[in-house]
Every structure is written in structure tokens, then in C-alpha cells.
Design a protein around this ligand. Structure first.
Ligand code: FAD
Length: 367
């Protein structure tokens, strides 16, 4: 039996734990401190195809990631509250920009059948699909776009992993060396350690003498109470140009998110400033929203790199530690595939150069 430690129980760690728990020959122990987790706080939009980003490696990872997450949801029998192909609507104010967006969607659809049906929607058609919207919008609908509930997704995978024999410890741990995890009461030794700690990676790798260029970014979002309407639990996600994402999720709940704040770093306080910004954006989409409609707030810490790209693989000059981080604002989309590729690296020698730059771009051993 190979003893595997996983540090971090967000979407990367939980997926890795589930995948390894299905394989014979691995004994998995996952450690998670349960604070600041980006996965629990996330909005949950899985729709990378019309992103303005030009990074082709990121696009390949995100597009294949969207496909893998659908497979995983199907394989594990996740409920529609956890994973739903609701479709997504992306808007543009300028008609020419909308033409370009529609053309891009059709071009990308040729190599990504999962995108499904592509439709250009008028203001009236958007209102038919999203009765809450009062704004005058035009957009492109992609039926293959999805939304997930990160917290449920991870809980489902961890439960299955435990049923397959994995152990889960709820505490903060440190690395004593590249095979030893230091818990509050004891040191535990493993054959391989998977670091899936999001923005916590710098602190974990410092004692091993590695410098990592991963930065924390605060993200805040709100849930509002809205009137219910038939089929609201299947509503598409609205991604309005220049505004916050607008996600009715059924049962009179609407998610508005999210902020991107580089300054407050690991601070997990929900702020009045974020509330005002998020509500104002929501009101521009739905004029009937009031500040008093607040149901819940969420705050999480994203991990991002200087080029906003995720990375994963073996630590340079080491054969015991696999690491993944820097998933930024699209980590629910890329996370499960990153976990799958990481676990593949346990048995295959590859760096997945089609999906990422060399890992030494993001971390190196100090002289
Ligand atoms: C507000 C917000 C909205 C977002 N919306 C979307 C979206 O719509 N679509 C999308 O694709 N992505 C979205 N993201 C991004 C996405 O949530 C993240 O990129 C992704 O969840 C990162 O997953 P992870 O597993 O790498 O890290 P995390 O989810 O942060 O998990 C890391 C875990 O490691 C634990 N940990 C760290 N250090 C230690 C330690 N020393 N010991 C024990 N445990 C430790 C942490 O507590 C945490 O639980 C959003 C993020 C935020 C914050």
C-alpha cells in the first residue's frame, strides 16, 4: 500500500482523494483546516468558452476541465443542486461585439461539442428565461454552461472517498520534511504528499526551502432573497458585461458575485463596501432588489500567480511532493481536472505542457 497524504480539502484535494480512493494500492489521509476555502465561497460558474482571456494553455485546461467535471458529476450521481447544466448567458452592450461573441461561440463549438446549443437572445428572450431581469440586455446563450455548488460538490466527493476507506482530519498541518506531516499531536510519514492547499501553499513549502509566487486574493459574494417562479431552480447563469454575475439558483435564492480584492489578502471579514458594490450591480440587473433582501454572505481566498495561470506537478528536485495551486477565479472549472492529472503523475512521467508552463515558473528551491 502506498501511503498518500493530501493537504487541502477544497475542490482539488477532495477530487484527488475521491479518485485515489477508487484505486487499489493507495491509503489516503486528507488534512483540511477548513478556513478561507475558496471552493466553499465560490459562485460556481462552469463556462470558460467565451472568456476574454487569450491564454491558450489555460483555455485548454478550462475547456477540458468543464468536460471532466460533467463526467465526474454523472459518475458519482450528483444531484442538480450540486451540478447542473443550466446554460449560461453572456451579454455585450455593443451589437458588433455581440456579433463577434456569437461568431466565437460557433467557432469554439466546432471542437467542443459540450457547449451544446448556441442561441443569440434578444431582450425579450432573456426576460422569458430569466423573469427577474429588468435590464435591457442582449446576449449569447450556451446550453452546455453549468453551475455547481462547491460546498456540496466537495462534501459528496469526500463522503465517497471515506466510504472507500480514506481518512479525513480536520486540522491545520505543517510539513516537517518532504515525507512528514506535522499535526497538533504527532508526526505522520507518507510515501507521497499532495499539496492542494490553495493560497496556503507558500506557508507549507517555506520549511522545505521553496519560494512560491502564489498570492492570496479575497473574494466576497452575497445571496439575496428573490420571488420564486416556476422552474427557477433550472435558471441559466447570467454573465452581464461589466457587472457581477447574476445566478438565480431556485427556492427564491439569487447569488451575486464576486469581488476580486488583492489588498486584504487573508482577511475573511465580509465588508460593507463589498455589499454595496454587489447590491448595486444586482439592482442594475433587477430593479426590484432591495438591500434588505440579503440572505447570506460568503468570503474566500483565491490563489493566483503572476500570469493568472494554475500549475501542478512534482516539486522541482523532489520525488515525494506533488503540488497544485494558483487556480485563481476559475478553479472550480479547472480544479477537478488538475486533481485528475496530478494523480496520473503518480504513475506516469509527464508534465502536461499542453495545459501549463514549466512548474519552475511558479516555484523554485532557494539557493
Ligand atoms: C468568491 C469566489 C467566487 C468564485 N467563483 C468561481 C466560479 O464561479 N467559477 C470557478 O470556476 N471558480 C470560481 N472561484 C475560484 C475557485 O473557487 C478556486 O479557484 C478553487 O476553489 C480553488 O480550489 P483549491 O482546492 O485549489 O483551493 P481551496 O478551495 O482554497 O482549498 C484549499 C484548502 O486547503 C486548506 N489548507 C490550506 N493550508 C492548509 C494547511 N496548512 N493545513 C490544512 N489545510 C490547509 C484550506 O483551508 C482550504 O480548505 C471563485 C472563488 C471565490 C473566492
Amino acid at each position: 500500500m502506498k501511503k498518500i497524504a493530501i493537504i487541502g480539502g477544497g475542490i482539488v484535494g477532495a477530487t484527488a482523494a475521491y479518485l485515489l480512493s477508487k484505486e487499489p494500492g493507495y491509503a489516503v489521509t486528507l488534512f483540511d483546516q477548513e478556513t478561507g476555502q475558496a471552493t466553499k465561497a465560490a459562485a460556481g460558474i462552469i463556462s470558460p468558452w467565451l472568456s476574454k482571456r487569450r491564454n491558450q494553455k489555460w483555455y485548454a485546461l478550462a475547456s477540458d476541465g468543464a468536460h471532466f467535471i460533467a463526467q465526474l458529476a454523472q459518475e458519482t450521481g450528483m444531484s442538480p443542486q450540486t451540478y447542473l447544466q443550466s446554460g449560461t448567458i453572456v451579454t455585450r452592450k455593443d451589437p458588433q461585439a455581440l456579433d463577434a461573441l456569437e461568431a466565437l461561440a460557433h467557432e469554439r463549438r466546432q471542437s467542443v461539442p459540450m457547449m451544446g446549443k448556441i442561441e443569440r437572445l434578444t431582450r425579450t428572450q432573456i426576460k422569458e428565461r430569466m423573469p427577474l431581469v429588468t435590464a435591457d440586455l442582449q446576449g449569447v446563450f450556451i446550453s452546455g454552461g453549468a453551475r455547481i455548488d462547491g460546498q456540496r460538490f466537495v462534501a459528496d466527493l469526500l463522503k465517497l472517498s471515506q466510504q472507500n476507506g480514506s481518512q479525513i482530519w480536520h486540522e491545520k498541518v505543517m510539513l516537517k520534511n518532504d515525507q512528514t506531516v506535522q499535526t497538533t499531536h504527532q508526526d505522520l510519514t507518507f510515501d507521497v504528499i499532495l499539496l492542494c492547499a490553495g493560497a496556503g501553499v507558500n506557508e507549507l513549502l517555506a520549511p522545505l526551502g521553496y519560494e512560491v509566487t502564489v498570492h492570496p486574493q479575497k473574494g466576497q459574494l452575497i445571496e439575496l432573497k428573490v420571488p420564486t417562479y416556476p422552474e427557477d431552480q433550472y435558471a441559466p447563469v447570467l454573465m452581464p458585461e461589466g457587472e457581477k454575475d447574476f445566478m438565480p439558483i431556485g427556492n427564491g435564492r439569487l447569488i451575486i458575485g464576486a469581488t476580486h480584492e488583492n489588498e486584504p489578502e487573508f482577511d475573511l471579514e465580509f465588508t460593507q463596501e463589498a455589499f454595496d458594490e454587489l447590491v448595486a450591480s444586482a439592482q442594475r440587473m433587477d430593479a426590484n432588489i432591495h438591500k434588505s433582501d440579503l440572505l447570506a454572505t460568503r468570503v474566500g481566498t483565491r490563489a493566483f500567480t503572476d500570469d493568472f495561470s494554475p500549475f501542478f506537478g512534482w516539486l522541482p528536485e523532489n520525488s515525494h511532493v506533488l503540488v497544485a495551486s494558483g487556480l485563481g477565479s476559475s478553479g472550480l472549472t479547472t480544479g477537478p481536472l488538475v486533481a485528475k492529472l496530478m494523480t496520473t503523475m503518480l504513475t506516469q512521467q509527464t508534465s502536461y505542457a499542453n495545459y501549463q508552463k514549466d512548474i519552475e515558473t511558479y516555484l523554485h528551491k532557494k539557493e
